[in-house]
Design a protein around this ligand. Structure first.
Ligand code: GLN
Length: 487
């Protein structure tokens, strides 16, 4: 009964093949029996899930079924969920029970979806491997010695292992696309402003964007339709109509101009990934698209610019965690100063502290011009590169990551080597563009992601391009050995 897509579950429930209560219990059982191996969930909301599932079944029986009625989802533990702990992967928020739902969660609940629980993540979304979680690392179901990617690694591992049909994630510099790539999923980072950030714990506010991790582009379209849209409580959300993404999937690839940035195919790219991506590009050509070489001359500056801007914004966003208002408070503080310093020292992990130090330094008087202002200028150059490229092409493609998933612990002593792995994803956030990672094959038995980057608010094009590829290939249907779950 284990159907692995939202679309499949919706039609199965509509046809009366199974109820939401049945599939929800099935997922809960899978979580109970398999997640010790993966550590993909921080909190499992069993009672809530079963209550929501029964309510969905009753609505359907009355003929009042909602758009996502009865679909069991997992939510990254960065989204505030009323009454359910929202830790953001941190000891700092291990005791935080939000009094309200994030707008994304509200929208998904209003569409009838079921919440299975909250997924593990790098602390405050800082990382690419999920090793920076207070709740321990997440394992990649394709190879449990390897990282699942991050920071939405719990969401990716859970969906890949069939512990949820889809999940929410957030992407500040790649945290939806990169774990999707490492776990063989479809991961969509929408245009900045397409999805409300209200109730999403802030990392770098000018870059953060929520989005779906799913098996298929069709499922991503179904979720984006629900979560996209203006939110009066988030002034950076875009007041533009939300297209019916799922109805635009049939758009053909004939004549599509695909830009291939030469900078994304250089010497830093793993050979196995390179050949998977080239095979995928041939498939697009066979489907009628046209490949065009392009340049993004400032692509190599994305890492230094991002790793100034993101920590700078993080250092200000995280100043609210001071042991006074909410979150972790140290025991027996001797005075106010001790309360602040020890609460932050004990509440935050190493990577978060590193970012706060870098960000505070970059914003301090005397260094602001040299680092922060300079990084913002570089950001503008990166964005102009993309906008120039889009004068010639409809979408841009390349690998999502330069290397496949690495072994847990292997990069522990060298944080910069982890930052370098973000080379293909960061520029998209700096430019505010939408991008999707789709499974394109395996290299050394590990999934490889193809990244498709679109113009601002052109998610329809991204989703239809990914969908047409998925109609012609079956990479997105592969499941990790040992977690196949087709029963
Ligand atoms: N890996 C990047 C970082 O560590 C991006 C993380 C993200 O997108 N949240 O900052």
């Amino acid at each position: 009964m284990h159907v692995h897509t939202i679309a499949g579950l919706l039609s199965g429930m509509a046809a009366g093949q199974f109820s939401s209560a049945e599939i929800t219990s099935d997922y809960l059982q899978r979580i109970a029996s398999q997640d010790q191996q993966l550590n993909s969930f921080i909190t499992v909301t069993e009672e809530l899930a079963l209550t929501q599932a029964r309510a969905a079944d009753e609505r359907r029986a009355r003929g009042e079924g909602l758009k996502l009625d009865g679909i069991p989802l997992a939510h990254k533990d960065i989204f505030c969920t009323q009454g359910t702990k929202t830790s953001c992967g941190s000891r700092m928020l291990d005791n935080f029970i939000p009094p309200y739902d994030a707008t994304v969660i509200k929208a998904l609940n209003a569409a009838g979806s079921v919440c299975l629980g909250k997924t593990n993540m790098d602390e405050f979304a800082m990382g690419s491997s999920n090793e920076n979680s207070y709740f321990g690392p997440v394992r990649n179901p394709w190879d449990t010695d390897c990282v699942p990617g991050g920071s939405s690694g719990g969401s990716a591992a859970a969906v890949a292992a069939g512990l949820a049909v889809a999940a929410t994630g957030t992407d500040t510099g790649g945290s939806i696309r990169q774990p999707a790539a490492f776990c063989g999923l479809t991961g969509l980072k929408p245009t900045y402003g397409r999805v409300s950030r209200l109730g999403m714990v802030a990392f770098a506010s000018s870059l953060d964007q929520g989005g779906p991790l799913t098996r298929t582009a069709e499922d991503a379209a179904l979720l984006l339709e629900v979560i996209a849209g203006v939110d009066p409580a988030d002034s950076t959300s875009a007041d533009r109509p939300v297209p019916r993404y799922s109805e635009a999937l049939a758009q053909s690839l004939a004549g599509l101009r695909i830009g291939l940035p030469q900078e994304f195919f250089g010497s830093g790219l793993d050979a196995g990934i390179g050949s998977v991506i080239n095979a995928a590009l041939k498939e697009f050509e066979a489907l009628g698209a046209q490949l065009v070489e392009i340049n993004l001359p400032h692509a190599n500056l994305a890492i230094p610019a991002y790793y100034v801007i993101a920590p700078a914004e993080a250092s200000t966003n995280l100043s609210r965690f001071d042991g006074v208002r909410y979150g972790y408070r140290c025991e027996d503080p001797t005075d106010l100063e001790d309360l602040y310093t020890r609460s932050r020292e004990e509440g935050f992990g190493d990577e978060v502290k590193r970012r706060i130090l870098v960000g505070t330094y970059a914003l301090s008087a005397g260094y602001y011009d040299a680092y922060y202002r300079k990084a913002q200028q570089v950001r503008r150059l990166i964005q102009s590169d993309y906008l120039n490229a889009f004068k010639e092409v409809d979408v841009i493609m390349g690998p999502t990551t330069p290397n496949p998933a690495w072994a847990i612990g292997s990069k522990e002593s060298d944080p910069v080597s982890v930052y370098l792995e973000d080379i293909y994803t960061l520029g998209v956030n700096l430019a505010g563009l939408p991008a999707i990672s789709v499974p394109a094959g395996l290299s050394d038995r590990k999934p490889v992601g193809l990244q498709i980057i679109g113009q601002h608010f052109d998610e329809s094009r991204l989703l239809s391009t990914a969908h047409q590829f998925q109609l012609a290939t079956d990479w997105h249907t592969l499941t990790p050995p040992g977690f196949g779950g087709k029963s």
